[in-house]
Design a protein around this ligand. Structure first.
Ligand SMILES: Cc1cc2nc3c(=O)[nH]c(=O)nc-3n(C[C@H](O)[C@H](O)[C@H](O)COP(=O)(O)OP(=O)(O)OC[C@H]3O[C@@H](n4cnc5c(N)ncnc54)[C@H](O)[C@@H]3O)c2cc1C
Length: 614
């Protein structure tokens, strides 16, 4: 649904901005790209041009209503990728939504705000040599980016870890909090995953919590676009933002390649246009598209480029490798004892109308649910000796349980079957996979989707973590705290039925083989690809520690692809912090390599006290 909100300040006619020189050309106005465009153009003497393939989300209501993000999938604002046949997931091709609009995936995601566990970032320093990117180095940027609003009815948290009055524009607070979410926290607590009022306090990333979300005072999504590119920024005369501009390649010159600009098309077979960079080209296309753009530009494995008739600029065998994701086993779905215990009605346009009217009138109500309202983070090796511990530095979580107050299945496409009162769920997610995938080319055109292989579960421990996680999730669901909400009389042992395995007559007797079969049929991505152009100090790293492409001058990458390894959290806050820091590196406000202090002691992930309740 598109609402008219006046004329767009974004340029779609290349005659207005092509063939010009700018100091910085940013490819992709997504999460990281919006931050960089905003920060770099703060200096009126610097000119910035953003080339974004998608459009302007300002008039698209589904980008504003928190509960509506799933309605963007497979539409004009979704790149709508899928994996190749995944060998260990029954050969399925799995859907991979990505935001194609200003704000990128932050304009269509589930709005869960989460800081990276400190030990994950410290591991970047200690294990991968990425000095300058540890927790102590990024901590100020998490705080700087955020503008936090406490809700009076929430339990007290230590607000010194949040920014209440800084110059942060990214609004963080709480969305709708359904009652079964409290039962989820109690059930986790009783099952050995202690309640934790704030996993974002920079100390305790483990425990069960109500999610903080990126939501503004009007009950609308606060994306990287709305936070970093408001009218006060887009009206800057030194900032040019072009939409519908698909970058076909980075312009590179010389035997020692130097990036001099970018070439783009508005559509397949349309004319090619160019913009030029006096200082730098900054690639912010995300973990799938940034490696695709590098490859299309002749920066990648020589063999692959030859296959697609792309002139080789520099043989870089590791471009597009090291791709990680978070995979979810699907929800464990519970049949509620009453329709009043589920927000399922929000999935129907007709039934959700009163809630939508309430949201339009007040900015409040159930339409502000971000679907994943509560979650618990744990370490499966604490519960199952068959699981190897790959949590960061021996402290970080490796499993997440997300509680949803409604049916979210097949990316929201499948709703509760007729005849049942309603559904609530617990989804199980492996946070520290060892399995790696890749991004390669399908053709030499940016208009052909890249070939994406995640190779989920090709490392056996990844599956083991999830099997143990499913067992723990079932234990949580069967805890008495959920009794007021879940229909305990409903039993169904058919593995193919909607509510199995929660509906099993004896969930403790379910075998690993049954869980694996169920996972193969139902699992899906949790939308967190990272690492495909990783930074590091070893020969295989694509980027140096200032995120510059090694061996290429004036070309930098800043987005999810720069991470050396998967992080055990929802990544938007970390990507925004990385982009804030990158802006400071570019502006000479901070030097990487000499500001790093190792702080392994703060990442201890110790469970919070049992008495610490939400
Ligand atoms: C459905 C969904 C739910 C999610 N839920 C959460 C959540 O609750 N919490 C959380 O923290 N994270 C969540 N994530 C993940 C998070 O949103 C992403 O990891 C993050 O936004 C990625 O940021 P990025 O800057 O790397 O890429 P993006 O934000 O995807 O930006 C890339 C931009 O580059 C543009 N682009 C790409 N190629 C080209 C080209 N050739 N030319 C021009 N422009 C181009 C794209 O259109 C896009 O705007 C979710 C993601 C999705 C898709």
């Amino acid at each position: 649904m598109v609402f008219g909100f006046g004329s767009s300040p974004f340029l779609s006619d290349p005659r207005k901005y092509a063939d010009k020189h700018y100091d910085y050309v940013i490819i992709g106005g997504g999460t990281a790209g919006s931050v960089l465009a905003s920060r770099l153009s703060e200096d009126a003497n610097v000119s910035v041009c953003v080339l974004e393939a998608g459009g302007d989300p300002s008039g698209i209501i589904e980008t504003k209503v928190p509960a509506a993000f799933g309605k963007l999938f497979k539409g004009a604002n979704d790149w709508d990728y899928e994996t190749e046949e995944e060998p260990e997931v029954g050969g399925r091709r799995m859907q991979l939504p990505r935001g194609k609009m200003l704000g990128g995936s932050s304009s269509m995601n589930a709005m869960m705000y989460q800081r990276c566990p400190p030990s994950d970032l410290n591991e970047w320093e200690e294990r991968y040599g990425c000095t300058g990117w540890g927790d102590a180095s990024l901590r100020p940027y998490f705080k700087r980016s955020q503008l936090f609003t406490m809700r009076p009815e929430r339990p007290t948290i230590d607000l010194s870890h949040h920014s209440l009055d800084g110059d942060g524009t990214w609004q963080v607070g709480y969305s709708w909090l359904s009652k079964p979410g409290e039962a989820f926290i109690d059930a986790c607590d009783a099952s050995g995953v202690p309640a934790n009022p704030d996993v974002n306090d920079g100390k305790h990333p483990i425990g069960a919590t109500r999610f903080q979300t990126f939501i503004d005072q009007k009950g609308q999504r606060s994306s990287a676009f709305t936070a970093y590119l408001p009218a006060s920024v887009t009206s800057r005369s030194n900032l040019t933002i072009a939409i519908n501009a698909h970058v076909t390649r980075i312009l590179l010159e010389g035997a020692e390649p130097v990036a001099t600009g970018a070439e783009f098309q508005l559509k397949r077979d349309g004319p090619r246009h160019r913009v030029y960079a006096n200082k730098e080209v900054i690639l912010c296309g995300g973990a799938y598209n940034s490696p695709q753009t590098m490859l299309l530009s002749g920066l990648g494995p020589a063999e692959e480029l030859k296959k697609h008739n792309i002139p080789l600029v520099k043989d870089m065998p590791d471009v597009g490798k090291n791709l990680y994701d978070h995979v979810c086993t699907s929800g464990l779905y519970g049949r509620t004892s009453s329709s009043a215990h589920s927000l399922d009605y929000l999935t129907s346009d007709l039934k959700s109308l009163p809630a939508l009217i309430r949201w339009l009138a007040t900015g409040g109500g159930p339409m502000t649910t971000n679907v994943g309202e509560a979650a618990a983070f744990a370490r499966m090796a604490d519960f199952d000796s068959k699981v190897e511990d790959h949590g960061s530095l021996g402290f970080g979580p490796d499993i997440e349980f997300i509680h949803t107050p409604l049916c979210f299945r097949d990316h929201g496409a499948t709703t509760t079957p007729a005849g049942h009162p309603g559904t609530i769920s617990i989804a199980v997610i492996g946070l520290r996979p060892l399995s790696k995938g890749s991004v390669t080319l399908r053709s030499n055109s940016v208009f052909d989707k890249a070939v994406i292989r995640h190779n989920y579960w090709t490392e056996p421990n990844d599956r083991r973590v999830l099997i143990a996680g499913v067992r723990k999730g079932l234990e949580i669901f069967h805890n008495a705290a959920f009794d007021p909400y879940v229909d305990r009389s409903y039993v169904n042992d058919d593995e193919d039925s909607f509510y199995w395995p929660v509906s099993s007559s004896n969930y403790k007797a379910i075998t690993d083989e049954q869980i694996i079969r169920w996972m193969h049929k139902n699992s899906f991505t949790l939308y967190h690809p990272v690492g495909s152009l990783r930074m590091g100090v070893d020969d295989k790293a694509v980027l140096d520690l200032q995120l510059r492409v090694r061996g290429v001058k004036n070309l930098r990458v800043c987005d999810a692809s720069i991470m050396p390894q998967q992080i055990a959290c929802h990544p938007t806050a970390t990507i925004i912090a990385i982009a804030e820091k990158t802006a400071d590196i570019i502006r000479g406000k901070v030097a990487v390599n000499d500001d790093a202090t190792r702080h392994t002691s703060i990442g201890n992930g110790a469970p919070v006290a049992q008495s610490s309740r939400l």
